[in-house]
Write a protein that binds this ligand. Structure first.
Ligand SMILES: NC(=O)c1ccc[n+]([C@@H]2O[C@H](COP(=O)([O-])OP(=O)(O)OC[C@H]3O[C@@H](n4cnc5c(N)ncnc54)[C@H](OP(=O)(O)O)[C@@H]3O)[C@@H](O)[C@H]2O)c1
Length: 260
């Protein structure tokens, strides 16, 4: 299945990567709607399609669309879904790309296509191709269309239930947001002592192998895993006050997991 007629709502970080990928895969991006011209116009022009800042101005494209992708802030998905319901054909698939937002409140047919990757100004060096992508859909046809959308980046797809997607999103937040926060804190410690913030880069390469191969638990090292109380105390003496609670909580958790 190819050559879908797609309208994209939202011209932010995700749309700026996914809409060109769908176009390269042969789909027809009919129109881009976003909140402001500052984002709608450049994406519309880059895709060579019409653009607008209201759904009303997109009415013609919406009535012709086979797929409408809502790539907006999670809190707006329900509102856009409600506004779109009478503007699209009954068979038009409504899609959102959020890991955390339930699907069951959306008008059907509907689907989630959630690429598990960070989309941000620095994400360009991480390829979109083969990104693990979670699919959830209201019915079989919607799932087939979700597969077609994800095939634009040759995604490594998993069909999931709503609960499995919620847990996947939790896992992504713990792994990516927490780990990145730890790196940011570690880099602050280095910077405060005039050390290069890239000092840890080979540790990072090893660390990512655990994420890539699924064996992070077996790769755990360090004083908490070893039960090296003397080193833990020396670390605590060096910590800024506002990092002590974080250090203690994570240390206690590592000791707990590795104590049996
Ligand atoms: N960023 C990620 O790493 C990532 C990864 C996977 C999934 N997602 C999901 O992707 C979705 C979009 O995230 P994002 O990071 O692309 O957000 P974003 O960069 O903040 O972009 C949101 C876009 O929605 C537009 N918008 C806001 N209100 C609107 C309205 N009423 N009508 C039409 N457009 C409106 C904004 O317009 P303006 O530009 O004019 O303000 C902006 O272009 C979310 O559901 C998120 O959970 C994000």
């Amino acid at each position: 299945m190819a050559d879908l007629r797609i309208v994209v709502v939202g011209a932010g970080r995700v749309s700026r990567e996914l809409a060109p990928a769908w176009q390269r895969a042969g789909h027809d991006i009919l129109h881009v709607v976003s909140r402001t011209a500052q984002s709608a116009q450049p994406l519309g022009e880059a895709l060579g399609c019409s653009w607008s800042t209201t759904l009303t101005d997109a009415a013609g494209a919406l009535s012709d669309a086979e797929v409408v992708v809502m790539a907006v802030t999670d809190g707006l998905i329900a509102e856009i879904n409600a506004a779109l319901t009478d503007m699209v054909s009954p068979s038009c698939l409504l899609v959102h790309v959020s890991g955390a937002t339930p699907l069951d409140h959306l008008r059907q047919p509907s689907a989630v296509v959630w690429p598990i990757r960070s989309f941000n100004a620095k994400a360009g060096s991480v390829p979109l191709a083969k990104t693990p992508t979670v699919l959830e859909a209201s019915d079989d046809r919607a799932m087939a269309l979700a597969h077609t959308l994800a095939s634009a980046w040759d995604a490594d797809v998993s069909e999931v239930s709503g609960e499995q997607r919620a847990v996947s999103h939790l896992a992504a937040a713990v792994a990516d947001n927490f780990a990145n926060h730890m790196f940011a804190e570690a880099q602050d410690l280095l910077e405060q002592r005039n050390l290069p913030k890239t000092l840890l880069r080979n540790l990072v390469l090893g660390l990512t192998q655990g994420g890539l191969q699924g064996d992070a638990r077996e790769r755990q090292t360090g004083p908490a895993q070893r039960g090296d109380d003397g080193t833990l105390e020396r670390h605590r003496a060096l910590l800024p006050d506002d990092v002590k609670d974080l250090y203690d909580a994570v240390t206690a958790h590592i000791i707990h997991r590795h104590s049996s």
